[in-house]
Ligand binder design. Structure first.
Ligand SMILES: Nc1ncnc2c1ncn2[C@@H]1O[C@H](COP(=O)(O)OP(=O)(O)O)[C@@H](O)[C@H]1O
Ligand SMILES: [Mg+2]
Length: 435
């Protein structure tokens, strides 16, 4: 049934309102504001259609929509807020919406809707806080038996223009953000003490925060001598971002240069092993090409396209597919990709990172590369070249060097492992440093 054929009918009305859109519009200028408005209205319209509602009209700052089903209208409101939250995760300009809903008998005339419920939904929206979904008692009562989200009473509220206070309800829509891909084994340091490094950790976490608010990949390059604690530090960063729901991937380079794209292959394996419901979607439009890196996908996706004997074309197609995978997956949830032992970085992985720097519309993506910087053994020269070329692109590159732990850190570490040795550690340091 179409909710607004002319005449009297009972509908649930949903009104969205973009938060402080006027100041944003003045700051961004008309052209960019138009883009944001279209993006916002497009997102809302797609959710409205998905829940069998109809957009009645645009109000400039928002959308006014009608639904035959109160529970679908509420689910639509949740869908809009969640889609917007995901979108904001990776966007430079946030869009925040208030949403209000009311149910009642209205009259439909010439494609517009009139009646008390229409006014209620608009007033409830104006009362809502940014990001909230509020509804009237009628909507709540009718939707309750089928609703899958918790609904909490917010008390009696006096809305503008209404004599009597009205009980309102808030729909809890926040997603419980659980990581899907387990923390890769080489980064799991459970039970192992970690000491010191406050400034390096602070720089790394703020780079992560920066990566989650733009659509450009970020790069952290961590140098230091073997055993100084590079992998330990990235494990620490990995554990923190993993707890926040991000995907953490791990790949290690080796001196075996035949095995190019080794870190990518390893990370893709971790991703596929997680077997999440949305796996196929998150592998992106080039998923069939990924079979070349992940034989476990045989039978799950179509076989890759034949490229004949043209090796260059095959490699280019494969890099496209990997870039599409990381782009799609990072839009669903942020990705920290640790590339360890990057002194052995292979040319194809370096090429992929350069290519991602040019890719539009990525989600939050931070590559953290650890490398030995004073290695007597030969290394590839891919990493310095990569850093130099990314510096001249729009990619944010942060290079850091780890040096030994401070005496205090070592004392703390010794104390954690063997508490009775703690006084000795301080003595040892004093004695050994006074010539
Ligand atoms: N900050 C730290 N706190 C406690 N232990 C550390 C720390 N950094 C390194 N270690 C220990 O030192 C060893 C070598 O560190 P690792 O991170 O593997 O070095 P790298 O990756 O630089 O070669 C690890 O076994 C780890 O337990
Ligand atoms: Mg290491």
């Amino acid at each position: 049934m179409r909710p607004f054929e002319a005449g009297l009918r009972v509908v649930t009305l949903l009104t969205t309102d973009a938060v402080s859109s006027t100041p944003q519009q003045l700051r961004l200028g008309d052209h960019r504001s138009d883009e944001l408005r279209r993006e916002r209205d497009g997102l809302v319209a797609a959710e409205v259609a998905a829940f069998r509602g109809e957009v009645v009209k645009s109000t400039g700052d928002g959308t006014f929509a009608a639904f035959p089903s109160p529970s679908e209208a509420l689910s639509c409101a949740v869908g809009i807020q969640r889609a917007m939250a995901r979108r904001n995760l990776a966007a430079s300009e946030r869009i925040e919406l208030r949403i209000g809903l009311a149910t009642g008998e209205v009259i439909v005339e010439e494609g517009d809707i009139f009646g008390r419920a229409a006014i209620e939904s608009t007033r409830i929206t104006a009362y809502a806080s940014p990001g909230q979904v509020l509804c009237c008692e009628m909507t709540q009562a009718l939707a309750a038996p089928r609703l899958q989200y918790p609904v909490e009473p917010v008390g009696e509220v006096r809305l503008k223009g209404f004599e009597a206070p009205m009980p309102l309800y808030r729909v809890e829509w926040a997603e419980v953000f659980e990581p899907v891909v387990p923390l890769p084994a080489p980064l799991v340091r459970e039970g192992e003490p970690f000491v010191g490094r406050p400034s390096v950790l602070a720089t790394a976490t703020s780079l992560w925060a920066a990566a989650t608010t733009t659509q450009r990949p970020h790069l952290l390059v961590l140098g230091g001598e073997p055993g100084v604690g590079k992998t330990s530090l990235l494990s620490r960063l990995g554990a923190v971002v993993h707890r926040s729901g991000a995907t953490v991937l791990y790949g290690r380079c080796t001196d075996d240069d035949i095995d190019s794209l080794r870190p990518i292959r390893q990370a893709l394996g971790q991703f596929i092993a997680a077997r999440s419901d949305s796996l196929l979607d998150e592998l992106g439009p080039g998923r069939r090409e990924l079979v070349r890196l992940a034989p476990e996908l045989v039978g799950v996706v179509e076989p890759p396209r034949e490229t004949g004997a043209d090796h260059r074309a095959a490699t280019a197609t494969l890099l496209d597919a990997v870039a599409q995978w990381l782009g799609t997956a990072s839009r669903v949830r942020p990705i920290l990709f640790v590339i360890d032992d990057a002194e052995w970085l292979d040319a194809q992985t370096a090429k992929l990172l350069r290519r991602l720097a040019e890719e539009p519309g990525l989600g939050p993506l931070l590559f953290a590369l650890a490398h030995r910087d004073r290695d007597p053994v030969g290394t590839t020269d891919e990493l310095p070249a990569l850093v130099a070329s990314l510096r001249s692109s729009a990619t944010t590159v942060e290079t850091m060097r780890l040096t030994g732990l401070t005496p205090d850190d070592v004392a703390v570490l010794v104390g954690r492992v063997q508490p009775e040795l703690k006084p000795m550690a301080a003595d040892l340091h004093r004695n050994s440093s006074s010539r």
